[in-house]
Design a protein around this ligand. Sequence first.
Ligand SMILES: Cc1cc2nc3c(=O)[nH]c(=O)nc-3n(C[C@H](O)[C@H](O)[C@H](O)COP(=O)(O)OP(=O)(O)OC[C@H]3O[C@@H](n4cnc5c(N)ncnc54)[C@H](O)[C@@H]3O)c2cc1C
Ligand code: SF4
Ligand code: SF4
Length: 421
Amino acid sequence: MQIIKTIEDVRRSHLCTGCGVCAALEPQRFKMLNIPTEGHRPQVRDDAPETTGRAFSACPGIQLHHDYDTSDARLATSMRDAWGPVYEVLEGHACDDEIRFAASSGGAATALALYCLQERAMHGVLHTAADPDKPYCNRTVFSRDRASLLAATGSRYAPSSPCAQLAQIADAAGPCVFIGKPCDIAAARAAQKLSSRLRENLGLTIAFFCAGVPNTAASLKLAAQEGASTPERISSLRYRGNGWPGKWAVEYQGDKDSSERRELSYAESWHFLQRHRQWRCYICPDHTGEFADISVGDPWYREVGEDERGSSLIVVRTQRGLDILRGAVAAGYLTVGGNDLSLLPRSQPDLIAVRGNLWARLHTLRLFGAATPSFSGFSFFPFWWHELDFTEKLRSILGTVKRIFTKRLRKPAGLDSGSAG
Ligand SMILES: Cc1cc2nc3c(=O)[nH]c(=O)nc-3n(C[C@H](O)[C@H](O)[C@H](O)COP(=O)(O)OP(=O)(O)OC[C@H]3O[C@@H](n4cnc5c(N)ncnc54)[C@H](O)[C@@H]3O)c2cc1C
Ligand code: SF4
Ligand code: SF4
C-alpha cells in the first residue's frame, strides 16, 4: 500500500492531474513542467523552502470531497448519485455567431464569460489557449475582452495547468471567471478554502465535460503522422471548433518550405489521442464538472447534422450559476431551450458504467498496493452492482489488474526532464 503524504508522492504515484494548484499555493516550492509523455507536472525548485502542506491539502489528484448542501431543495435529487449537484440541464448556444462558430460546441463557455466581463463588471477570465511559440502546447491566459476570449475558443486536447495562475484571480481588482477541466475547478474550490482573496474573487467557475487529457507526445505523434515532421515546423494546431464539432487541423512548413495543412475529423483525432490519456483520468470520478457553478459539454444525445451550427449542453449546478445563466439569456448573450434533466444521461450514457467501473478499479488498486485517491460524497457501488452485467463486473477487476502491470503503476513515475509549462 503506497502512502501518499506530499505533492511529490502524488506526482510519483501517477495520480497527478496536472492542475497546477500546488504551484499556486506554494509558488516558492513548486513550478510546473511539461513532461511530453505524461502531462504538466510539478517540480520542486532548487533551494525550495520546506512544504507548508497547503498545496497537498488542495490537490485534486489525491482527494476530491463533495461538500455541497445535499438538503438544498432546488437540487434535482434524481440526478445526485450519478451526476452530482444539478439544478437545471439545458441545450443552448452563444448568440454571437462568431463565437458560436469558433467554439468547440455552441460557445456557451465563452458567451457566459463575455457576459460576466461586459455586464457583471467582472475583472477577467482565467483560462487556456494555444501557446503561440509552441502551438501544440497550451498556456494559461487572463482575458479581459472579447477578442482575447474569442482567440481561446475551442477545446484543446492537450495538458493545461490553469490553476498555477490562480494568483491572477486572487490579486485582481474584482471578481473573475475561471474556466477549466473538472479537476481544475475542484482544485480551485479547494484553494478557495485556504485563501480569502480567492473566496472573494472567484466570481464564476465553468467546467467543461472531460474524458481525459492526452499528453503532448500524442499531439506531436499525430501531427508527424500527418506530415509535420518536426515540432518546430508546426505553425498552428487546432483540435476542434470552427464548425461543430469541428476538425483537428495542423498547419506546418513542408519539406520544400511550402505551407501545408492537414485535417482529420474530430472522431479520427480523438480515437488516436485518447489512447494517450494520463493515468489519473482512468480513475476520475468527475467527468462532468461537479464542482463548478456551470458545466458545459456536447449534446451528443442526437446525431449532429451535416454543417449544423454549434450547440452546447449546459448543466447548472449552483444558485450563482443559475443567476448568471438567466442574466446571460436575458441580456442576449445566450439562447437556451427548456430545462430537461434527461439530456445529461442521454448525452453521456457511458458515464453510468464508468461510475460502476470505478468502484472496482479503486478497490483493485488498493488490493494490489497501487496508489489510490480518496473520493467522498460520490456514489460508486450501486452502479457497479446494478448497471454492470457479470462479464463487465469481471472485466472491471481484471482490466485494472492488467493495467497495474502494463502501466507499471506500482513503480514511481519517471522524473524525466520537461520544459516549463
Ligand atoms: C481535454 C478535453 C476533454 C473533453 N472531453 C469531453 C467529453 O468527454 N464530453 C464532451 O461532451 N465534451 C468534452 N470536451 C469538449 C467540451 O465539451 C467542450 O469544450 C465544451 O462543450 C465547451 O464548449 P464551448 O463551445 O462552450 O467552449 P468554448 O466557448 O469553445 O470555450 C472552450 C473553453 O475551454 C478552455 N479550454 C480549452 N482547452 C482547454 C484545456 N485543455 N484545459 C483547460 N481549458 C481549456 C478554453 O480556454 C475556452 O475558454 C472535452 C474538452 C477537452 C479540452
Ligand atoms: S494534481 Fe495538481 S496539485 Fe496535485 S500534484 Fe498534480 S498539479 Fe499539483
Ligand atoms: S478526466 Fe478527470 S482527472 Fe482527467 S483531466 Fe479530466 S477532469 Fe481531470
